[in-house]
Ligand binder design. Structure first.
Ligand code: 9MJ
Length: 322
């Protein structure tokens, strides 16, 4: 095998090992084996810097610190969700959808509402080229260098069905165990501790020096779509979109299912509410989205929030005395 072939093998093998560890939560090799291969990759790049591409795993830890964040316009606005707190609001939501669509039954995609930071990832030709915060929904901050440090986010999409342009929307968050460990280490060093995982994620993404972000245990779940070319790539439903994301190597939470009635919506809400304290990350509710994209388009948006989606919030968790 030539050195160039060895380099190509290392790139794909390290990406495969990362995907198994950070996306499937299923390590294939011990950390020492991963570190050994990674060091070999760095040695080859030292000898052949002209071979380095933006998708090389060595590019996860960026270069020098930024002076400021550039602004990014969201061609497809990043919308917020209308909130519901009471069962009556759910029933009204389902009725509005059925009446708006003039049908008697609507399928909803039910998923968790992660309590982190909404982010838009832009992939061109399957390569991660830009990442931006939600901002005011119309424009956000370019946090590409910081996002590239998150091992759960692939620098390169995998599989045969990769669209030319794909903007993946999702949430950057911190697992509770990683958050607690980070705070313990900060306390041991006499440094500031974060109040909660959401603040820790937000503070980590706001770093102008991505070397600091690289030290923070951030993760990501995909749950939405922004720009897409060609639009023919889009499957018919939200559920199928998330299944396609899994095939592209993106992390998608498995705690999701199609709900076919208000009764099923309520049992999903109650089931998640009952296991909320046992989840490995913070959530502040569940989200229902009309599953069919054709029906979503028919329902459209009111002001800044979609008519076709609703967040159903849980009561605020009593402050944990850590
Ligand atoms: N925060 C969160 O988990 N979200 N947020 C959305 C969303 C926001 C706008 C459209 O979809 N979906 C999920 N699961």
């Amino acid at each position: 095998m030539s050195l160039a072939d060895r380099y190509a093998f290392l790139q794909s093998e390290l990406a495969r090992l990362e995907h198994a560890y950070y996306v499937l939560d299923n390590p294939i090799v011990p950390d020492s084996e991963y570190d050994h291969l990674y060091r070999e990759l760095l040695d080859i790049e030292l000898a052949h810097p002209q071979w380095i591409t933006p998708a090389s795993l060595s590019q996860r830890v960026g270069g020098s610190a930024l002076k400021e964040f550039n602004s990014v316009t969201h061609v497809v606005p990043m919308l917020s969700l209308n909130n519901a707190f009471e069962e009556t609001e759910l029933i009204a939501f389902d009725r509005r959808c059925r009446e708006g669509l003039r049908i008697s039954q609507v399928d909803y995609a039910g998923e968790l509402k992660f309590d982190g930071l909404a982010i838009s990832l832009r992939y061109e030709g399957g390569i991660l080229v830009r990442a931006a915060t939600r901002g005011d929904g119309a424009s956000g901050e370019d946090v590409t260098a910081n996002i590239k440090t998150i091992h759960a986010i692939p620098l390169k999409l995998i599989g045969e069905n990769i669209p030319e342009v794909l903007e993946v929307r999702g949430e950057v968050f911190m697992y509770l165990k990683d958050f607690q460990k980070m705070n313990q280490q900060a306390a041991a060093r006499g440094e500031k501790e974060f109040a909660n995982p959401r603040n820790a994620a937000a503070g980590s993404l706001r770093q102008l020096d991505s070397k600091i972000t690289a030290k923070r245990p951030l993760s990501f779940f995909a749950y939405g779509l922004g720009a897409l070319e060609p639009v023919s790539w889009l499957p018919s439903t939200h559920e199928q979109l998330l299944n396609a994301y899994v095939k592209l190597g993106l992390p998608v939470c498995t705690e999701r299912r199609v709900l076919k009635s208000v009764e099923e919506i309520l049992s999903f809400y109650n089931e998640i509410g009952a296991k909320r304290d046992a989840l490995p990350y913070d959530i502040d509710g569940v989200v229902y989205k009309v599953n069919s994209f054709a029906e979503q388009t028919q329902l459209g948006f009111v002001s800044r929030a979609p008519r076709f989606a609703l967040a159903h919030k849980f009561p605020a968790q009593e402050a944990l005395t850590i």
